[in-house]
Design a binder for this molecule. Structure first.
Ligand SMILES: [Zn+2]
Length: 179
């Protein structure tokens, strides 16, 4: 597998909470803040903000018929799927080591994932970072996808413009509930 964007079908088999499920982000650029003893720093904005916005960063274990891999689900797609923002959720789960049961709603479910793959450390257990760009749980789209690509043994296909259009259309109505 090379760097690039792919569309794949798989099952979320577990969520890995070892490195937490949210991070403290900068209000302005959404990047992760660097924490030191008495300040937090946004390297991107070069500011020292006195508050942060929690954002989702969820590590999914995704399996297809052949293998499993770690996919990172970031804030935009996570809050769309869960219907709640990380800041609303983390109010009730201040400890980073605790996690809300709501996150487990994706486990044992099948999805089409639009993913971005970046090679990182060739010696690592998984030598690439896989980020979920779009998550689709719509059964009619999933069966169209499976029919179209005759997916029974071939799990990874290159970006398909027609499918991407379907996926884009399906995300026009985000279910984010802001208070
Ligand atoms: Zn920033």
């Amino acid at each position: 597998m090379c760097n690039g964007t792919y569309v794949t079908y798989g099952t979320v088999v577990a969520i890995d909470y070892k490195s937490g499920w949210w991070y403290k982000s900068c209000k302005h650029c959404f990047h992760a803040l660097k924490e030191s003893e008495n300040s937090i720093h946004c390297v991107t904005c070069d500011t020292f903000p006195n508050s942060h916005v929690p954002r989702f960063s969820i590590n999914l274990r995704v399996a297809d018929e052949l293998d499993t891999a770690s996919f990172i689900l970031y804030d935009k797609e996570a809050s769309k799927y869960l219907g709640v923002s990380a800041s609303n959720m983390s109010l009730f789960h201040v400890n980073k080591n605790e996690y809300p049961q709501e996150l487990n709603t994706s486990v044992d479910k099948n999805f089409i994932f639009k993913i971005s793959v970046k090679m990182e450390d060739i010696n690592a257990f998984q030598p690439c970072i896989i980020v979920v760009l779009k998550l689709c749980a719509d059964n009619s789209i999933i069966s169209k996808f499976l029919d179209k690509h005759k997916i029974y043994n071939k799990n990874l296909v290159h970006e398909n413009s027609e499918l991407i259009t379907i996926l884009s259309d399906s995300t026009e109505t985000p279910k984010i509930t802001n208070s």
